[in-house]
Design a binder for this molecule. Structure first.
Ligand code: ATP
Length: 674
């Protein structure tokens, strides 16, 4: 009934048991389906029974599937995250988006009574591995083989579709913040509406049977969605809103508010901010309970345009898009006080069927509808063909040529995850359309999309600013400690204190970030401004600290140069003193001095060394050389040397001016100090 590629891999017991257990857990979810938004109130008490039935049908499918692969099944890990070995739709996460192909499955409807009566035989075969073999149109043509993610044979039930087509994965991704789309494509009467919603008769009458086996993918997806929300509600808050529209003769009509919209169709506009098309003034219904979503489905189904022609008594004459917007608010991983809100959505698109007007014998209104349907499907076909061609992909894609392609643009080539269900008839009389659909689907399978999570840009900005502020604060601390290290105690303290004063002057935003999600637009803007101001202030302060650091390094450089200069001067003075009988020779800072002082054989009182009674430098020299414990740091020592030497020189010069000096030979010295 269901065949997919990779038939060698079998469905794991682990995954089936985890799915069963997740279903068991959800027996406790709220089961009273009370119509709150539309006219027909009803209650359903045996929702539990319904879910148990789902569980048992899942088991029977796993047996029936035998050794077939389970690529269409979503698998939960124990932590509730999603196993990405699924149908090839990979969750990219917000940081590393991955490109992936659109997933395409094919559903073959059973031969209708009419076709059986007319001995209109089946022309398709199912070799397995997601393949479908279609007979050639005449004897000379070879059969054509196509491969897809999954092929559903005519015996597949509505429950099989929901289990294996990959919709569960799309729902999970929508909850995680991705934009997901499932659309049904195929000729008129091929089973698109049957697959998505079930027969329209299900929604007629006052008390729809919730347990009906024919309920389609949308109905079953809503149950699954609520199961997941129930599981995840502990640490995340969800807000659900739904809209339902149809595109009828290129006009967009709100199916939840059809009266007003029929008079004036809604406009499709481009949003610069979201970089996508949207429908202006579309009615969005808050859906707190499962029955609210079901009510939206019923209301829309009742209001959509349906007509009849030779090939389908209940033919959809419009394309419909039912969208469930899922906003989630979750605590940020590393920032417990911040809540991140993500906005995911899932679109269910039921396309009107392509039709050969000759075959359907459409005329008048039905003909006009058919022409519009075919035109918009043709544009969709162009878009798909261009997107599937790697050379044309970066060129112009004619999304703007129809309302349908404008609204599907994001799903086909944007940041979403897309699933296409191609519906075909097995009958020989539809062979041409069947091959067209299979080709169309094969082309769509080549399209790659890049799923991305959409986070509220303002909240993302606040989060990144907050992170930046923290990083700047750390940098600030580091710079301050560096400055303190480089500064001399006296000059440094003044500057550091100065900086501290500035820091304390910064007004940190006093906003309760836990309330972030509840804040109004202007409050959020205010918060962004405050963070930006703090950020700016920290940057400024850090720049100043960098400047201070540079100044300190330059000062240090100057001081060491000055020391060098002084040492040189000292040596010069020393050499002069050696020649003078009245000025004691000053030792240099070289090793010779130390050798001189420590050498016991050397007598410092020898006749060549004369102590000048006018200054105390000899004591200083002695003290300096003899007491290692009292040794002062070199820089301070040099500074003191400098002062003493200049004192000593001044004194000597004064004494020379007062008393005439004489050289060793008894000649007066007059030009010694100039
Ligand atoms: N898998 C199926 N099992 C049983 N009946 C089916 C199946 N698929 C389609 N049918 C029946 O075939 C008929 C046509 O199906 P449906 O209206 O869903 O086609 P459609 O592709 O939506 O057509 P249109 O494009 O004209 O709206 C309906 O009577 C429907 O109940």
């Amino acid at each position: 009934m269901v065949n997919r590629p990779d038939s060698s891999s079998t469905r794991s017991d682990k995954s089936s048991s985890s799915t069963r257990s997740s279903m068991k857990k959800n027996n406790n979810i709220k089961n009273t389906f009370v119509r709150s938004k539309s006219g027909n109130d009803y209650k359903e008490k045996n929702g539990t029974q319904n879910r148990l039935r789902n569980a048992s049908s899942l088991q029977s499918i796993s047996k029936a599937s035998g050794n077939q692969t389970n690529r269409g099944m979503k698998k939960f890990k124990s932590n509730g995250s999603v196993d990405s070995t699924d149908i090839g739709v990979k969750s990219s996460g917000s940081s590393t988006p991955l490109e992936d192909n659109i997933n395409v499955v094919v559903r073959v409807r059973p031969l209708s009574e009419k076709e059986v009566k007319a001995s209109d035989d089946s022309i398709v075969q199912f070799p397995g591995n997601g393949q479908i073999l279609c007979e050639g149109q005449n004897d000379s043509q070879k059969p054509k083989l196509f491969t897809y993610n999954v092929v559903f044979e005519p015996g597949a039930t509505q429950e099989d579709i929901v289990q294996y087509c990959g919709i569960k994965r799309l729902i999970e991704m929508a909850i995680e913040g991705f934009s997901s789309t499932v659309f049904c494509y195929g000729q008129t009467g091929s089973g698109k509406t049957h697959t998505l919603t079930g027969p329209p008769q299900l929604f007629v009458g006052k008390k729809p049977d919730l347990n009906h086996k024919d309920h389609g993918l949308i109905f079953r997806s809503f149950f699954y969605l609520f199961q997941l929300l129930q599981q995840r509600q502990e640490n995340t808050q969800f807000i659900l809103k739904a809209s339902f529209l149809e595109i009828y003769n290129e006009k967009v009509i709100d199916l939840l508010n059809p009266g007003a919209a029929r008079k004036k169709p809604l406009a499709v506009r481009w949003s610069k901010k979201m970089r996508g098309f949207y429908v202006e003034n579309l009615f969005l219904v808050d859906c707190e309970e499962l029955d609210d979503l079901l009510a939206v489905l019923e209301e829309g189904m009742r209001n959509r345009a349906v007509g009849s022609h030779l090939m389908n008594d209940h033919s959809s004459r419009s394309h419909t898009i039912l969208t469930v917007h899922i906003t989630s608010e979750q605590q940020a991983e590393n920032e417990k006080s911040v809540f991140i809100s993500k906005q995911g959505k899932i679109n269910f698109v039921d396309l009107a069927g392509s039709e050969m007007t000759k075959k359907t014998q459409s005329e008048g209104k039905t003909l006009e509808e058919a022409n519009n349907i075919n035109k918009s499907l043709m544009v969709l076909g162009y878009c798909i063909a261009s997107l599937a061609d790697s050379k044309k992909r970066s060129g112009h894609i004619p999304y703007r040529d129809s309302q349908l392609t404008k609204l599907l643009a994001d799903s086909l080539a944007g940041n979403g995850v897309t699933l296409m269900i191609a519906c075909i008839s097995p009958a020989k009389s539809n062979q041409c359309e069947t091959i067209n659909t299979l080709r169309y689907a094969a082309r769509a399978k080549k399209i790659k999309t890049k799923p991305l999570i959409i986070i509220d840009p303002r909240e993302a900005l606040i989060l990144s600013l907050k992170r930046e502020v923290n990083a700047l604060k750390l940098e600030n601390e580091h710079l301050k400690s560096l400055s303190a290290f480089h500064m001399s105690p006296r000059s440094g303290s003044a500057q550091i204190n100065g900086n501290n004063d500035r820091s304390s002057a910064i007004v940190t935003p006093k906003i309760d970030v836990e309330r972030l999600a509840e804040l109004e637009n202007n409050e959020l803007s205010e918060l962004v401004k405050l963070y930006m101001t703090e950020n700016q202030s920290l940057r400024q302060e850090n720049n100043e600290l960098y400047t201070t650091k540079d100044i300190l390094l330059r000062d240090q450089e100057l001081v060491s140069r000055e020391n060098e200069r002084l040492l040189k001067k000292l040596e010069d003075v020393n050499s002069v003193c050696c020649r003078s009988p009245i000025i004691p020779a000053r030792p240099t800072m070289s090793g010779d001095v130390f050798n001189f002082s420590t050498n016991s054989d050397t007598d410092i009182t020898n006749s060549n060394y004369w102590r000048n009674p006018l200054n105390a430098s000899s004591e200083f020299i002695d003290g300096r050389m003899s007491s290692a414990e009292n040794k002062i740091s070199d820089s301070v020592q040099k500074e003191m040397d400098k002062m003493r030497i200049s004192d000593s020189i001044t004194t000597v010069a004064g004494s020379l001016r007062r008393n005439k000096s004489f050289d060793r030979n008894g000649q007066p010295i007059t030009d010694m100090i100039t």
